[in-house]
Design a protein around this ligand. Sequence first.
Ligand code: 6PG
Length: 229
Amino acid sequence: MSYRLLETQTDEQFVEQGTHVLIESVSHCIKEKNRCFLGLSGGSTPQPMYEGLATSKWIDWTKVSIFLVDERYVPITHQASNQRMVRESLLAKIKVSEKQLLFPDTSLPIDECVQQYESALATLLQRGVPDIVTLGLGEDGHTASLFPPLTDDALGSRLVIHTETERFAVRNRISLTLPILEQSTGRIFFLAGHKKKMLWEKMLDAPKDIVRFPAQTLMDEKTTVVTQW
Ligand code: 6PG
């Protein structure tokens, strides 16, 4: 059994389908576990799905803990901040307390930021693995902020690491590692656009090589992929 692929034909269908999968996954998780540890990726693609999630009447937000799959090492006010995007698109529209939220504190020096975030996440995950994580795919094959070729620590026993990229605007990142993403109970990829289609097909055709294509190891029965290209 492999991943569930939901192909849409228009932007509207993509957002509608992606939002539906997200709401369905969170609601089902709360029904099954009376809680939901929800990890959100950043970037531009998932933003309308987070706005859609905020409109759901079926989610008891008191049961949800929200954390970031990755973050750019910028102030929270910066346009590229994933925390800013998640607060504006989702959190501003639902009733959650700050105690339910885990974000890297990017006002700290990067190593302290990573250490503090990893410690907070480890405390949350003492009660179980991530229930649902949303993920994207970069044109270079990265997912979360795990940029190919992956370093050993991206594949190691840490929960959270500092990564760097020369290719994208914000060089320094904070990212969950691949093993914790693999342990997640449910994963939802939102992929849109021709460049992503090219990368996606190249990844699927390539021999397994998670250093080059980390997302390859996340394509299993726990994963739903929503596409529009
Ligand atoms: C980030 C994301 C990253 C994203 C891809 C795709 O912080 O940038 O977590 O992994 O999913 O880069 O980004 P877009 O959705 O903006 O294309």
